[in-house]
Ligand binder design. Structure first.
Ligand code: SAH
Length: 286
């Protein structure tokens, strides 16, 4: 079916994709255009694609016509496939001589268990290759007009997960140290335990009036952004029905959105915006 043959990628020394190799690829935060060219190259050669819940299905349309697709995601903390089973499946497919593409949301090595899969594959003697992706905690915030660093605001940023392996708020995190040492804190998987996380940061001494942004479905047409404050984040998130997947950003970089909200200025994704100074005067922009 030559009509279905996609146009070639620009001429480049693209890496080989030999049978029996597992290629871990970051699909980016959602907008298919944010996957790398190298990821697209791999996708076009793969025999089988094993993907997570957060991978935009539209990306899968770019696979070759006879490639098979397997879903290996987890939803809402309820594992629909155990991590060990996913790794074993990848090993099995590679040993069957397939070109296996493991497609993961964002960047495979950022809170994505890509490290665990890579370890299991290497230990099983399966060759791997890795293509990084744009992580939601950077690219997702960029779509909301929030730079994770800005010279006037922060010389450091900390990325935190809101769950540990047990699904609880990570007990290994030193909230006091975080609150004191990190001017900007970006939290993945924060929605389930938002009250507890914001509570920990307040107890640890963060100012309740500090701006917070919650960006859900970042980079997708249904993206929504809530600007609030640390003290009001949980209540406002509930009032505005903010749902996972969402990135929570705490810090003064959030205020830069008042100027840099490029997507809102282009008339893009609907945006809800509360006054970040917490004057109690919510305004909605759409
Ligand atoms: N490896 C991924 C993160 C996986 S953990 C990355 O690098 O982005 C899953 C969490 O990522 C979600 O709970 C959410 O906090 C965040 N996330 C992923 N995609 C997102 C999106 N489109 N919008 C907002 N948050 C997203």
């Amino acid at each position: 079916m030559t009509d279905d043959t996609p146009p070639p990628l620009p001429d480049h020394d693209w890496p080989d994709f030999p049978p029996g190799l597992v290629w871990l690829v970051g699909a980016g935060p959602g907008d298919p255009g944010l996957m790398t060219l190298q990821g697209l190259h791999a996708l076009r050669l793969a025999d089988v694609i094993v993907h997570d819940a957060l991978v935009n299905p539209r990306i899968l349309d770019w696979r070759q016509a006879d490639a098979t697709v397997e879903y290996a995601g987890k939803r809402g903390g309820k594992p629909s496939a155990k991590q060990r089973d996913i790794s074993l499946r990848l090993i099995e497919l590679a040993r069957a001589g397939k070109r296996v593409l493991r497609l993961k949301g964002g960047d495979p090595f950022v809170f994505g268990r890509g490290g665990e899969e890579a370890q299991a594959l290497v230990q099983a003697g399966v060759p791997i290759r890795l293509t990084p992706g744009i992580s939601a905690g950077i690219g997702g915030l960029a779509y909301a007009g929030i730079p994770v660093t800005h010279r006037d605001v922060n010389q450091a940023v900390t990325f935190v997960t809101g769950h540990d392996q047990s699904g609880l708020t990570p007990s290994a995190l030193d909230w006091q140290a975080l609150a004191k040492g990190s001017p900007v804190i970006v939290i993945y998987m924060a929605m389930k335990h938002l009250a507890q996380i914001t509570g920990e940061l307040l107890v640890a001494g963060r100012d309740g009036a500090e701006p917070v942004a919650i960006v859900s479905n970042a980079t997708l047409p249904q993206m929504r952004v809530l600007e609030t404050t640390l003290a009001r984040a949980t209540e406002d998130a509930a009032a505005h029905g903010m749902e996972a997947p969402a990135i929570v950003c705490l810090g003064r970089v959030v205020a830069l959105r008042q100027v840099i909200d490029w997507m809102g200025q282009l008339g893009g994704a609907p945006v809800r915006c509360l006054d970040p100074l917490g004057t109690g005067d919510p305004r909605q922009v759409s």
